[in-house]
Design a protein around this ligand. Structure first.
Ligand SMILES: Cc1cc2nc3c(=O)[nH]c(=O)nc-3n(C[C@H](O)[C@H](O)[C@H](O)COP(=O)(O)OP(=O)(O)OC[C@H]3O[C@@H](n4cnc5c(N)ncnc54)[C@H](O)[C@@H]3O)c2cc1C
Length: 373
């Protein structure tokens, strides 16, 4: 750090901020990572880690990192995903272990995020208990105000601060864009017998959303509901009450927004960029966001490493990061947006599940197309 100016400050130490900091450290930087909580801290989530997450963990920490996750008592390996329709018909998509390692886990975020923090490279300077309250552009620098302590000046800001990001509104205003849609979702835990696979129940009144039941290592289940805001309003649903009424043994029932990716939007501004939920990169069909949080963090770090620090203020981050990231996700986003549209209709859901049941060979390319295996 020269003249009291930080080269890079990352706000938020969820999967997106951690991956960005981790990759930057590998590329020779020593980023400052600000997090308002101390670890372990909870994050409302279904806790499912897809094949994409496992592949990206391998990219960050090699096979040893995934082997270490496998040894953790909180992490449950999973090998299949069940789509279930209103009538209870079920189709199972398999993702068996690859080279001896699982391609999916369920791991409570309370423990998983803290585990990831423990593995961070030593060059990352994590400062917990630091809440960012304000952000201001001053010439070619950013001034970051915290709830306590002196402000921080930096050349580049990464907004990794999730759905209620402080950085994202600045970027949307800069591009005169509306805030992206945020879908409501609620989850709880129960000491019920865990199912053999991740279960996604696509049925009214949640369509095009769904109710999930995921096994946990405790053993028990993580049960939740997520659906578009307009569908929740139309059905006049209180997700919390709906869940509690169906599953009286549920505890820790909490809600959180899911910012979804329905179309291309620039996720950068002058010397700043968004990653993960702050960038609204969550899959609208499944609500899965950890994979894209890790991927966007990694890709932003790689883009930063390609530009000399003295040129960061004037660089075209949309060309360097936003557009290439969306190009990389293009297949997956096309499919997920289509499935999200189709899932509005119960008949279409039943037809799709029927097709997958009749032609099981379709499931492997579907998972691959989705980036899940
Ligand atoms: C109910 C529900 C179920 C879900 N289920 C799944 C699932 O099963 N699988 C899956 O892949 N995805 C799931 N998701 C989505 C997933 O949780 C998110 O996509 C993912 O957590 C995004 O990671 P992130 O790092 O961008 O943000 P977050 O995980 O939200 O992390 C943001 C971090 O920033 C910190 N922060 C926020 N504001 C500030 C501030 N002002 N100053 C400093 N720090 C700050 C926060 O404390 C937090 O640590 C689910 C989401 C919900 C709501």
């Amino acid at each position: 750090m020269e003249d009291g100016i930080e080269p890079i400050v990352i706000i938020g130490a969820g999967p997106a901020g951690l991956a960005c900091a981790w990759r930057l450290a590998e590329l020779g930087f020593s980023p400052l990572l600000l997090e308002k909580h101390t670890f372990p801290r909870d994050k409302v989530c279904g806790d499912a880690l897809s094949g994409k997450v496992v592949a990206l963990l391998r990219k960050l920490g090699g096979t040893a990192l995934v082997e270490d996750l496998l040894r953790q008592p909180f992490a449950l390996p999973v090998e299949a995903l069940d789509f279930i329709d209103k009538g209870g018909r079920r189709v199972r998509l398999h993702f068996p272990p690859k080279q001896g390692l699982p391609q999916g886990f369920v791991a409570p975020r309370y423990a998983w995020d803290a585990w990831l923090v423990r593995h961070l490279p030593s060059a990352v300077r994590l400062r917990t208990g630091s809440t960012v309250t304000h952000l201001q552009r001053e010439g070619t620098l950013w001034r970051i105000t915290l709830s306590e302590g002196p402000p921080i000046l930096t050349r580049f800001v990464v907004g990794a601060d999730g759905v209620a990001s402080r950085v994202a509104p600045w970027v949307w205003r800069y591009h005169r864009l509306e805030r992206p849609p945020v879908y409501p979702a609620v989850r709880g835990y129960a000491p019920e017998p865990p199912p053999a696979a991740l279960e996604l129940h696509f049925r009214p009144p949640y369509l095009p959303g769904y109710q999930w039941t995921f096994p946990t290592a405790t053993p028990g289940v993580n049960i939740g509901i997520g659906l578009p805001d307009w569908a929740a309003k139309r059905q006049k649903l209180s997700l919390r009450q709906h869940l509690q009424a169906q599953y009286p043994t549920l505890t820790q029932i909490k809600g959180h927004g899911i910012p979804v990716s329905l179309r291309y939007r620039p996720i950068t501004g002058p010397a700043c960029a968004l990653v993960g939920d702050a960038a609204a990169l969550t899959d609208p069909f499944t609500g899965e966001g950890i994979g894209n949080a890790l991927l966007s963090g990694i890709r932003l770090a790689e883009a930063l490493a390609r530009v000399p620090e003295k040129d960061w203020a004037a660089a075209d981050w949309e060309a360097l990061y936003s557009r290439p990231l969306y190009r990389e996700l293009a297949h997956e986003l096309r499919l997920t947006r289509w499935l999200h549209y189709v899932a509005r209709s119960n008949t279409a859901v039943r037809t799709l599940i029927g097709l997958l049941a009749k032609y099981p060979s379709l499931s492997a390319p579907l998972l691959r197309w989705y980036g899940a295996t």
